[in-house]
Every structure is written in structure tokens, then in C-alpha cells.
Design a protein around this ligand. Structure first.
Ligand code: RUG
Length: 799
């Protein structure tokens, strides 16, 4: 039988879909129409949709097998995939079939969709970028697999108690995950600890990695790729039957619990090194399972190691999977018995590294002692790589000891630590930043020494976002209007077509329909005051992102409302969304202060209809998809030189929000593309901010000289907002690490321009349309095309 064509096609008529739903309900869910719960209906619908994608998956896998292509492997500790149901309905072409079929079971599409829990296997931008890139890889028919960890508990659920963030566990798969395919046959063994003896590494602990995968369909094509996630399982022998029989129940499972803790929880931190051994174990677990799987796949069609780099490119998403470099050397040298030189050459042609940060504290380092204890053989390999690196540096820059010290893979003071970013740069053929400015700053600051040694290794790939998820699914009304304006929905596969919307900004009836869509989206969100600007700041909480600057502006508006209403401006709803790392006290204080200001503003009748501060808890992809379509103003106000790129800025601009922002990250490119007239620019640029930081900066001079700033900070200090937030004010006055006070005046004045612009709704709508029209560049499809041209060099394979 021809396996590629042997499948019975699944029907696409309403009757066939309903039939399949029913048989899945009986045969796979094991229940009946009479006793089906909403959860039964949801899971059955998921299976029915999944089957359609699985059929495409089978054809894709067959085509891949046949062509033995070059593969792109994406290694990432995080994936923020978002809700799966609506996406898979769209991609499988069954969106219109589902509601009627569900109705036959007695359920509405809305109640069923509400049961689709998003797998929160990421913290923020980095994890969501990984998901967008997988979507675009499939859409462009590139043979690709994403590898990650199947955390039992994803990013914590945020709740507010008395305005404070509290974290609750996110047991996302408590009911099971209908989208997931377990693949127990492909399990792997991972070693930890132990020693290096004459026969090589003898691990002291063995853990199993059990994979499952989710389907990653392409849009408008047959291709369905996968993302393979590893879960740690204890070896069966680790259950101590003897102790259990003796009633020592806890001791009996102790070893098993320890092993399975490896994939228990996603570390809720996206910028600082948690310094925990368990996190290092997670990283090695991911890398070890994935590399063995990659090798297994390579061997299906290839025999010669020399072909490995031609068939394989492995992208390291940040430094988290960098141990893949010494691990591949170990596999090749210790297990496959290749010579070091050949192994090192294969490694250096196989890996590429994306850096996502400029914060020095976010560049991972691990104590030499810890790494050597957990992975003794890998430490030896890292030392060997380091010797060769430092020899090369000494040969190129004789006598430059300082440079040798800076570039070494080992930091000596104050504690000996392994510098993972240096290892990632040394063991890869390409290193990219994620926006033009970021990539420039990487070569001029963070990696300046490496750029001097290997200038060709560095490149840029500006981030992008999925137009399917963040426009078509999130904003169906606007999508329909765009398709009508452009005469087709081709823009969903070629976002550059959005530029053809620009002339429609001059068409009054199109503008009026555009405004109507914004109003609908606001009404859906429950923030339906059409006269008020919806001013949105949605992102992780971090001092460099400067939620505190937005908050000072809110307090200033509130004080104007009370003391000087003529200066107030226009009605505003200010929306904050985001989580703070649980151990990041300063960010949590900002959250608490926002909630306190929100309560004070809400309790004051003078603000009615004029100023509101809303802060829905537990910002995630699901919530983002509701907020982004409604936003009028996008806050991108980080201190220049700190935000690597941002992707929320792109999603908001694409949906017609106008940005107020600094020249930071991808804001620079957004402004270039949407036009300076359609972007509210303020604040110090990167050189000015760096110069001010390097000088004797005194934040108090701004407090002393700016009456409104002083009033805002005094209000916090006097306890006006529920008596909280003094620590925030003190930190700004005494240290102000991120130059909030230095940028305050420029920001507030620019916000006055925003208010003036809002008063001319026709002009505002023009700006809004031109933001969408100018944002075609920010498709993740373009990002993937850039990765392909500059780094991956893989070709499409169509099933
Ligand atoms: O902070 C960055 C964002 O600027 C960027 O847009 C995103 C995707 O490239 O990655 C974020 N990021 C950086 N998340 N974790 C880190 C720490 O390395």
C-alpha cells in the first residue's frame, strides 16, 4: 500500500464532521450523548479537529522521510503556545463546522471554547516568540521540530490579594491535554552526577525522558510539524518496594519524586539566573533528550557523521540550552569515537545561538563547582574548548591579558563560574540579536570582544509575530475589514500586503468602519466607553520596562483632575497586565502600588467617566488576544538600551494601536515603518541614557525641579494610595537605576500630545490605519525567512 495516500480522508461536510464527533464521543471518550458533559464535548471536539491535522501530519512526515531534507531544530526551554482549539479549528478549516456539531450535542461553541486551557509553558516574550516561529516554519513548509520541556506546572496563575500578587500553581493538564500525542517508544535516558573514570563518564543518577508532541500546523498549507516536549520519569527501579512494604511510604518514593521534579515546574523568571541546581538539571535534561532524538532521526536516513551539519541546524533559544554544545561533543567523542577535531568541527557547523537580552544579569553563569558535580564530563569538555579559545585570542591579541580574562568561558572572580553566553558564542556558527538596535549593541557592548575576533559570526534577525493568531484569531472583525479593503485574505500569508491599506486611511467611510471595529473590541473586553482612550501596558513587570513611569503619569493625571482640570486632557482607561517573578520584590511593589492607585482613583467620584485604572489578573496569551484588538495606545516605554526587541509592541501596532515609546528594541523599526508622524516618541536615546548612567546621575534634581513629578512622588510618600508604595518612591529618588525620573517630563508632555491627537478622531483613525499598514514587516513569516537566508539555509518540502 502507498502509505502516503492510504489514509481514508476525513470528511469536510457538516454531516461528516458531526458523524466523526459522535463516533469520537462513543469510541474514544467512552461516553454517550445523554451523559456527555461540557468537558466531554470539548475533548471530543479537540479529537475530531486533531484527527484532521493528524492526517496532514502523516503526509508531512512521509514527504520529509522521502526527501531526507535539512532540518531546523529549535531548542527552547519555553513555549507559550496559547489556546489550541481556536487555532486548530482555523488551520484545519473546521471553524464553521464546529458550532452546529456541538449544538447537536447540546453545547454552545463558547462554553466549550472556555474549557480550552492554554499550556503556559513559558514566561513571556521569549516563549511566545518560540511559538510564533514554529507557526511560521510550518506555514513556510520548512522541515522543523521544536524541542522543549513538558512542565507539569506552567507559569504560575497570578491572583491579587489586597492588591498584592500571589502565585498559584498552574496545573494546566489536570484534565489531560487532548492535543497531545504521547510517544513513549522514543524515551531517552539521561545521566547526572557521578565521575569520569578510565571508561568515561559514569553517571550517579539516571532519569528517563518521556516525549509527547503537539501538532504545529501551517496556515494555508498541508504541512503539520510538531513540537516535542520531554517529561522526566523515574526509572522503574527507583521505587523502593522493600521500604513501601515496611510502611515507609514517603521514603519509598523519594528517589522517584526527585527524578520527576525535573519537569515539575517552569521557572517563573525570565531575566535573572535563579541559581538553582534544579534549573541546571532541567537544561541538561532538555538538551540530552533532544540531541539523542535528533541523532535518532538523522540515522533514519543517513549513516555518515560528516553529513550531519548539512542535514541539521540546531537553534539555541537563548543560553538555556547551551549545554547542547558540550553534550554533542560528548556524544561524538565518547560514544561515537570521533576525533575531537572532527567533533568540534561538526558542532561549530551545527549550532546557532539567539541572544535575547542586554541585561548583564540575564546572561547565565553557573558555579564551576555545581556544573562539575552535576556534569563532570561536560566541565572537562568546556575546559578543553576554553583552552582552544584562549589560545586563539592570545594569538590574535598578543599580550592582551584583560581581553583573555573577559572572553574566557570561566569567570574567576568573585566566584568561579561558567559563562554560558561565551560558550554559546564560541560553539556556534551564527549569533543573532532580535532587533537591529539590539544586534548592534550586542556587537558593540556585550559581545564586543567576540565580534572583534569573529566579526562574521554576528547577525540580526528582527523578531516577528504570527498574524494568524494575533490578528485573524484575536481580531476577527478587523481581519474581515482588512480582507475587504485589500480584496482578499492573502495578507495572512504575506503580511507585506498590508502596505496596500495605506491609501484607505484617506477614505472617510473606511475610517468610520475601522473605528467601529475598535469599539466592538473594547465592548467585548467590557471597557466599552468609546470616548476614552484605551491606554495599554501589557508585558512582564520589570523595572527596566518602567511600569512605574506609566504609573507616575497616571498619578499626575489624577492630580490634574483634582487641581487643574483644564490640563487633564481626554478620558482615559489605563490598562496594565503582566506578572512579576515571585522573588522580584521591587516589581511586586510596583504591582501593589498600581492596584492601590487603581482603587483610590475608582473611589473618587471626580474621576467618573474620565480616568480609570484597570489591572486584570493573570495576563496570558488568552487575555492578550482580547486586549490587543481593543487598544488605542501602546505603551513601549523601557529605558533605551534595555529592551532587546519586544513583540507586544508589534502585536499592538498591527492591530492599529498607536505607540508611545522610546527608541528602544524594535520600537526603532516600528517607528521607521509606520512613520514618525504616527508614533509618539519621547525620552533619552541609548547613547544619552548610557552617558547619564555613567555620570553622577542624581534623580532628586528632577524631583526638586519638576512640580508635577514632586507632587506625584509626594502623594505616594504621604501614603495617599492605601499607604503602600513608599519603597517604590524611595527607590526612584535614591537610585533610579532605569532613569524613570529623567524621562518623566518628556513622557508626560508627549502624553499631552496624545490627548490632543485623540480629540481629532479622524486624524487618530488615520494614524491607527497607518500603523497597521506599516507593520507588515513584523510577521514571524518574515522573521523565519530571515533566519533561513542568514542562518538556517533550509529548503521547503511540501507534502
Ligand atoms: O526581553 C526580551 C524581549 O525584548 C524579546 O522581545 C523577547 C523575544 O526575543 O525575549 C525577551 N526575553 C529575554 N525573555 N527572556 C529574556 C532573557 O534572556
Amino acid at each position: 500500500m502507498d502509505l502516503r495516500n492510504g489514509l481514508r480522508p476525513l470528511g469536510s461536510t457538516p454531516a461528516e464532521f458531526e458523524q466523526d464527533l459522535l463516533s469520537n464521543l462513543y469510541y474514544r471518550r467512552g461516553t454517550t450523548v445523554e451523559s456527555a458533559s461540557a468537558q466531554d464535548a470539548y475533548e471530543t471536539l479537540a479529537l475530531t479537529v486533531r484527527d484532521r491535522l493528524a492526517a496532514r501530519r502523516a503526509r508531512t512526515a512521509a514527504a520529509h522521510y522521502e526527501s531526507n531534507p535539512r532540518w531546523v531544530y529549535y531548542l527552547s526551554a519555553e513555549y507559550l503556545l496559547g489556546p489550541q482549539l481556536e487555532q486548530n479549528l482555523l488551520y484545519s478549516g473546521t471553524t464553521d463546522l464546529a458550532p452546529a456539531a456541538l449544538e447537536a450535542l447540546g453545547f454552545s461553541a463558547e462554553e466549550v471554547a472556555a474549557l480550552d486551557v492554554e499550556p503556559g509553558l513559558g514566561n513571556g516574550g521569549l516563549g511566545r516568540l518560540a511559538a510564533c516561529l514554529l507557526d511560521s516554519l510550518a506555514t513556510l513548509d520548512i522541515p522543523a521540530v521544536g524541542y522543549g520541556i513538558r512542565y507539569d506546572l506552567g507559569i504560575f496563575k497570578q491572583q491579587f490579594e489586597n492588591g498584592e500578587q500571589v502565585e498559584r500553581p498552574d496545573d494546566w493538564a489536570f484534565q489531560g491535554d487532548p492535543w497531545e500525542f504521547p510517544a513513549p517508544d522514543d524515551w531517552q535516558t539521561v545521566g547526572f552526577y557521578g565521575f569520569v573514570g578510565p571508561e568515561g563518564w559514569v553517571p550517579g543518577e539516571i532519569v528517563h525522558g518521556e516525549p509527547s508532541h503537539l501538532l504545529v500546523p501551517g496556515y494555508g498549507t498541508e504541512t503539520v510539524n510538531i513540537v516535542r516536549l520531554w517529561r522526566a520519569r523515574a526509572a522503574p527501579a527507583s521505587f523502593d518496594l522493600r521500604r513501601f512494604s515496611a510502611g515507609q511510604y514517603a521514603e519509598a518514593v523519594q528517589e522517584a519524586v526527585k527524578a520527576e521534579n525535573i519537569s515539575k515546574v517552569l521557572y517563573p523568571d525570565d531575566s535573572t539566573d535563579m541559581g538553582r541546581e534544579l534549573r541546571l538539571k532541567q537544561q541538561y535534561f532538555l538538551v540530552s533528550c533532544s540531541l539523542r532524538d535528533i541523532v535518532r532521526r538523522f540515522r533514519l536516513r543517513n549513516a555518515d557523521w560528516a553529513d550531519f551539519p548539512a542535514k541539521t541546524v540546531i537553534q539555541l533559544n537563548d543560553t538555556h540550552p547551551t549545554l547542547a554544545i558540550p553534550e554533542l561533543i560528548r556524544l561524538l567523542v565518547d560514544e561515537e569515537k570521533l576525533e575531537w577535531e572532527q567533533a568540534w568541527s561538526i558542532v561549530r557547523q551545527t549550532f546557532a545561538y539567539t541572544c535575547h537580552t542586554l541585561l548583564p544579569e540575564a546572561l547565565e553563569t553557573w558555579p564551576v563547582e555545581m556544573l562539575g558535580r552535576l556534569l563532570p564530563r561536560h566541565l572537562e569538555i568546556i575546559y578543553t574548548i576554553n583552552e582552544a579559545l584562549l589560545a586563539e585570542v592570545r594569538a590574535r591579541f598578543p599580550g592582551d591579558l584583560d581581553r583573555v580574562r573577559r572572553m574566557s568561558l570561566i569567570q574567576e572572580e568573585p566566584q568561579r563560574r561558567v559563562r554560558m553566553a561565551n560558550l554559546a558564542v564560541t560553539g556556534t556558527f551564527k549569533v543573532n540579536g532580535v532587533a537591529e538596535l539590539h544586534s548592534q549593541l550586542l556587537t558593540s557592548t556585550t559581545f564586543a570582544d567576540f565580534a572583534a575576533l569573529w566579526p562574521d559570526r554576528f547577525t540580526n534577525v528582527t523578531n516577528g509575530v504570527s498574524p494568524r493568531r494575533f490578528v485573524r484569531l484575536a481580531n476577527p472583525g478587523l481581519s474581515a475589514l482588512i480582507s475587504e479593503g485589500l480584496g482578499s485574505d492573502d495578507w495572512l500569508r504575506d503580511l507585506s500586503l498590508l502596505s496596500n491599506l495605506a491609501p484607505l486611511a484617506g477614505d472617510a467611510s473606511f475610517r468610520s468602519r475601522w473605528r467601529a471595529e475598535k469599539r466592538h473590541a473594547k465592548a467585548d473586553l467590557g471597557l466599552g466607553d468609546p470616548g476614552a482612550v484605551l491606554d495599554v501596558m501589557i508585558k512582564r513587570f520589570h523595572e527596566y520596562k518602567r511600569q512605574q513611569l506609566k504609573l507616575l503619569h497616571v498619578i499626575t493625571l489624577y492630580q490634574r483632575l483634582r487641581n487643574d482640570p483644564a490640563r487633564f486632557g481626554v478620558p482615559r482607561t489605563v490598562l496594565f497586565g503582566g506578572k512579576a517573578a515571585p522573588a522580584y520584590d521591587a516589581a511586586k511593589s510596583i504591582i501593589r502600588l498600581i492596584n492601590a492607585v487603581s482603587a483610590t482613583v475608582a473611589a473618587d467620584p471626580r474621576t467618573s467617566g474620565l480616568l480609570r485604572v484597570v489591572f486584570p489578573a493573570n495576563y496570558n496569551v488568552t487575555l492578550a488576544e482580547r486586549i490587543i484588538p481593543a487598544a488605542d495606545l501602546s505603551e513601549q516605554i523601557s529605558m533605551a538600551g534595555k529592551e532587546a526587541s519586544g513583540t507586544g509592541n508589534m502585536k499592538l501596532a498591527l492591530n492599529g494601536a498607536v505607540t508611545i515609546g522610546t527608541l528602544d528594541g524594535a520600537n526603532v523599526e516600528i517607528r521607521d515603518r509606520v512613520g514618525a508622524d504616527n508614533f509618539f516618541l519621547f525620552g533619552l536615546d541609548t547613547p544619552a541614557a548610557a552617558a547619564l548612567r555613567a555620570s553622577d546621575y542624581r534623580p532628586r534634581t528632577h524631583y526638586d525641579s519638576d512640580e508635577e513629578l514632586r507632587a506625584a512622588l509626594d502623594a505616594i510618600l504621604s501614603g495617599e494610595f492605601g499607604g503602600v508604595g513608599q519603597d517604590v518612591a524611595h527607590s526612584l529618588l535614591d537610585r533610579d537605576e532605569y532613569l524613570t525620573l529623567a524621562d518623566y517630563r518628556s513622557y508626560v508632555d508627549k502624553q499631552d500630545e496624545v490627548a490632543a491627537a485623540w480629540q481629532n478622531q479622524e486624524q487618530w483613525t488615520r494614524m491607527s490605519i497607518l500603523n497597521t499598514a506599516g507593520s507588515g514587516f513584523f510577521s514571524a513569516d518574515r522573521t523565519v525567512a530571515d533566519y533561513l537566508a542568514r542562518i538556517w539555509r533550509a529548503e521547503p518540502v511540501r507534502p
